[in-house]
Write a protein that binds this ligand. Structure first.
Ligand code: B1M
Length: 240
């Protein structure tokens, strides 16, 4: 390609695309100042999160961007600070409360108002694990995508889960674990469903920070979602 031709192709972006790009850059730049990682989630300012989110929305920032770029990023900072002994469980808990409050505010904006007819899903956090923010987010996104989701909560025993699967007959079972020590519970669930002869009546999707695709395959799960958006994609693919 000649120099002149190259320049022309670089300039070929339409004014609309330029405007879109500028808008995106402006939004990304403004997020840290509004739902700031520091005052917002990391410092657990639960009394201010509503106002911070309102400001972000007024600035035309997409709810999913607020969640992913500001809030989840904030929780990652919390995790790093906890690992470095800069903060402890009580502070982590206040950040979690702030995060949950923020998600509740944004929830209606993520709902599609669909007819819940895409399929039936059970979600829960496995036995021994009380982390529920990621699981709640996955639930919200699945509902937003039109699935009917039953949330069985946290720290759920294998026995209770098997009982609920028999009763509710979901298309998909979604298991979340945030601790390396509770990942093995996922395998126990699958083994228990196999023992009951109902493993093949549903699809199993797993996720959570320590989980990956290789682990999912190793324990015989049908799918792994890296984040809530991917979980929706996987759930769609898992539906018959
Ligand atoms: Co805990 N905690 N925590 N904690 N905590 C972690 C997980 C940790 C990584 C922090 C750290 O050390 N850096 C560490 C685990 C280390 C490990 O096992 N390798 C840890 C620890 C050690 C602990 C305790 C043991 C601390 C203690 O008591 N000494 C204790 C355990 C309690 C228990 O469960 N038995 C504990 C307690 C807590 C709080 C209660 C204080 C609080 C949880 C409050 C709550 O959930 N209601 C808490 C928090 C907040 C965290 C961090 C900081 C944040 C977790 C979070 O909410 N992230 C976390 C560090 C971190 O992850 N950065 C940490 C935001 C959320 C949106 O992301 O949950 O990853 P996540 O979910 C994502 C994906 O993973 C995925 O999609 C979500 C959205 O993108 N996903 C799925 C999740 N589930 C899915 C399911 C799917 C598909 C995708 O399909 C079904």
């Amino acid at each position: 390609m000649g120099k002149e031709q190259k320049e022309r192709s670089v300039d070929s972006t339409s004014p609309m695309e330029h405007a879109d790009q500028e808008r995106r850059e402006r939004q990304i730049a403004v997020i840290p100042h509004i739902v700031d990682r520091e005052p917002g989630i990391v410092e657990g300012r639960h009394n201010e999160i509503e106002v911070l989110i309102e400001q972000a929305l007024k600035n035309d920032i997409d709810p999913e961007q607020i969640i992913n770029r500001a809030m989840i990023a904030g929780m990652d900072v919390v995790g790093q600070k906890f690992s470095a002994n800069e903060i402890f469980v009580p502070e982590m808990l206040v950040s979690a409360v702030t995060m949950s409050k923020g998600l509740a505010i944004l929830k209606p904006l993520l709902q599609s108002g669909g007819d819940d007819s895409r399929g039936k899903i059970i979600v829960c956090t496995v036995k021994g694990d009380i982390h529920d923010i990621g699981k709640n987010l996955v639930k919200m996104m699945l509902e937003g995508a039109g699935f009917s989701v039953t949330d069985l909560g946290v720290d759920l025993s294998v026995e209770k889960l098997v009982e609920q699967v028999k009763q509710l007959k979901p298309d998909i079972l979604g298991l979340s674990a945030l601790l390396t020590t509770t990942m093995s519970e996922m395998q126990k669930v699958i083994e228990a469903l196999e023992k009951e002869g109902i493993r093949n009546s549903l699809r199993i999707m797993v996720g959570g920070a320590p989980v990956d695709a290789a682990f999912a395959e190793k324990i015989g799960a049908d799918g792994y979602g890296k984040d809530a958006a991917e979980a929706v994609q996987i759930a769609r693919n898992l539906m018959p």
